[in-house]
Design a protein around this ligand. Structure first.
Ligand code: URA
Length: 248
């Protein structure tokens, strides 16, 4: 049996803090010179000191008296409110503006795992962990995403069978959609679980059956529910157990 403890990754302090958005390496050097960086209670005097990249670093390191930001890999769960966009490039207020300003300068950058439209609310994951992001969005992983849709017109009755058939072709696409599960919640409301993430998929699926989505909310990814205590605009760090729930 291999009993060697796993190697803890280390980074130079100035590089770590620059990557966490605390400023250029020169600016970080100034923080160090002013004695504002403490590790395990001791002032760090050398900007080139090696620092362990561990999840509990914020419990061990302070910058100007405040816990250092969590190092990568970092994954967040957010209750995306209506009216904000998920893309860095799209016009309008973005979900990244709901996070601490410094985090916009983090390297690697945070990005959402898939997107929700500006007019869709609900469970959004944001990460700087590329392999994890790809695992969640990979079509092979079949991670289910569950939405609650409010519809302009009453359901007609045949939608569930059509969505489940795996034959529905969306306009201007060449591959039919994978089977999806529709559960009516009322005449004009339904839960829809899909395993793909095509552009505006839920809205386009209902458009394909002559309906129109007036409200859309995502309440679950995999076995991970949007927590009841997470209000629109709120976010927190996703625990390793919650990360695992995505694939169960
Ligand atoms: N499908 C949509 O149409 N919009 C979303 O935001 C997500 C899925």
């Amino acid at each position: 049996m291999n009993t060697t403890p796993p190697k803890i990754p280390m980074a130079r302090l100035d590089r770590l803090l620059a990557n966490l958005g605390y400023g250029s390496r020169r600016e970080v050097g100034a923080l160090v010179a002013k004695g504002q960086v403490l590790l395990d209670g001791a002032v760090v005097k050398d900007t080139g000191a090696k620092v362990p990249i561990v999840a509990d670093l914020p419990d061990r390191m302070t910058i100007a008296g405040r816990p250092v930001d969590p190092p990568a890999p970092l994954t967040l769960i957010m209750h995306k409110p209506l009216g904000v966009v998920c893309s860095h490039r799209e016009a309008g207020r973005s979900v990244y503006e709901l996070l601490p300003a410094r985090w916009r300068a983090r390297m690697p950058a945070l990005s959402s795992i898939g997107r929700l439209d500006k007019d869709t609310s609900g469970l959004l994951l944001i990460t700087d962990d590329g392999p994890f992001l790809h695992r969640v969005i990979s079509p092979r992983a079949h991670v289910a995403k569950r939405y609650v849709a409010t519809l302009d017109r009453p359901l007609e009755g045949g939608e569930a069978a059509l969505f489940a058939a795996g034959t529905l072709m969306l306009e201007s696409e060449t591959e039919p959609l994978a089977p999806a599960v529709l559960e009516p919640l009322g005449p004009n409301r339904a839960r829809l679980t899909i395993t793909e993430g095509r552009y505006h998929q839920v809205r386009r699926m209902f458009a394909a059956v002559g309906n129109h989505v007036t409200d859309l909310h995502r309440d679950r990814i995999g076995a991970l529910d949007l927590p009841d205590d997470l209000q629109p605009g709120d976010w927190r760090i996703l625990s390793p157990e919650e990360q695992a729930a995505l694939f169960s």
